[in-house]
Design a protein around this ligand. Structure first.
Ligand SMILES: Nc1ncnc2c1ncn2[C@@H]1O[C@H](COP(=O)(O)OP(=O)(O)OP(=O)(O)O)[C@@H](O)[C@H]1O
Ligand SMILES: [Mg+2]
Length: 275
């Protein structure tokens, strides 16, 4: 086990690797699927087309189109535009009314939440949703759905990534600070060894120093095989952490591109960075 500094040492079994192929040397991503006993090859991690979703008579997503490569991406947008709704639809908590979601080349839009989790998409919900009267470790174990060895590996990785959780592993989640609760929620999301972690509002209610600490931990996840789609109010932090970004406005993606380009885009600066 490593100390507090340095990258985590454990590699995920589902690690996504990158290769360039063809005359144009286009990027292709691949990993070995032990369930299928095949190499799975894909160009985009996540490909959402014309996705619609809502609650009862309220339609929220009006045809979302989004293409994400492996790595860290952020989704930004004003309050109430449908960011949480999009994450809930991706993880199967809310049914898609129309459109398609392809993840590592496989369709997700008709699958249940547990089937989507089994395919490698985990969700850290807005507000963290920990079990207050369970210990940190029991909260983490709630996120593991597979084998005992998977759970053991997951705990080791969680404590490697967030050593503070190890110190507090027997403590009830209710007694953790806000930042530690967020670490616990993220670590719980990682327990299933996802290829994509959806995080809703990373920095909510946290001091800037803690947000920086969390962001530093997230930065290393892609090299361990986990990509991140981050919904974040702190747009400057989000664009700094992410390689690509998407702007959601009233249920559609209105802007997308490299995060560095969005950070200098006049529309983004005016609407979301207050510059
Ligand atoms: N369970 C629900 N039933 C009915 N309407 C809902 C429900 N949840 C959300 N909505 C509505 O859907 C719209 C989008 O909500 P959503 O939570 O996806 O926005 P958001 O972009 O995540 O906002 P925020 O930045 O405030 O978290 C809002 O108008 C909201 O009132
Ligand atoms: Mg939200």
């Amino acid at each position: 086990m490593r100390g507090r500094r340095g990258p985590p040492t454990l590699a995920l079994p589902t690690r996504v690797r990158e290769t360039r192929v063809g005359a144009k040397r286009g990027k292709v991503f691949w990993f070995f699927s032990s369930e299928k006993n095949f190499f799975v090859v894909f160009r985009l991690l996540l490909e959402i087309s014309s996705l619609e979703a809502g609650y009862g008579s309220v339609q929220v997503l009006w045809g979302v189109d989004l293409q994400m490569s492996p790595g860290i991406a952020c989704l930004i947008g004003a309050n109430g535009v449908g960011k949480t709704t999009l994450l809930r639809t991706l993880s199967g908590l809310l049914p898609a009314r129309a459109g398609t979601i392809r993840f590592c080349g496989e369709s997700l839009e008709a699958l249940r939440a547990d089937e989507i989790l089994a395919r490698g998409v985990a969700h850290v919900p807005e507000g963290r949703r920990l079990f207050a009267s369970l210990s940190v470790e029991d909260n983490l174990l709630m996120g593991a759905y597979q084998t005992r060895s998977g759970a053991k590996r997951g705990l080791a990785r969680a404590y490697d990534l967030f050593p503070r959780l190890k110190e507090r592993r027997r403590q009830d989640a209710a007694t953790l600070s806000g930042g530690e609760q967020q670490m616990c929620a993220i670590a719980r999301g990682l327990m299933s060894e996802p290829r994509l972690l959806l995080i809703d509002e990373l920095s909510l209610g946290l001091a800037p120093r803690l947000v920086d600490e969390l962001a530093a931990s997230l930065r290393g996840l892609p090299t361990l095989g986990t990509s991140v789609l981050l919904v974040e109010q702190d747009v400057a932090t989000a664009l700094d952490l992410a390689a690509e970004g998407f702007v959601l406005d009233r249920g559609v993606v209105t802007l997308s591109g490299p995060a560095s380009a969005l950070a200098t885009d006049a529309r983004v600066r005016e609407a979301y960075l207050g510059i």
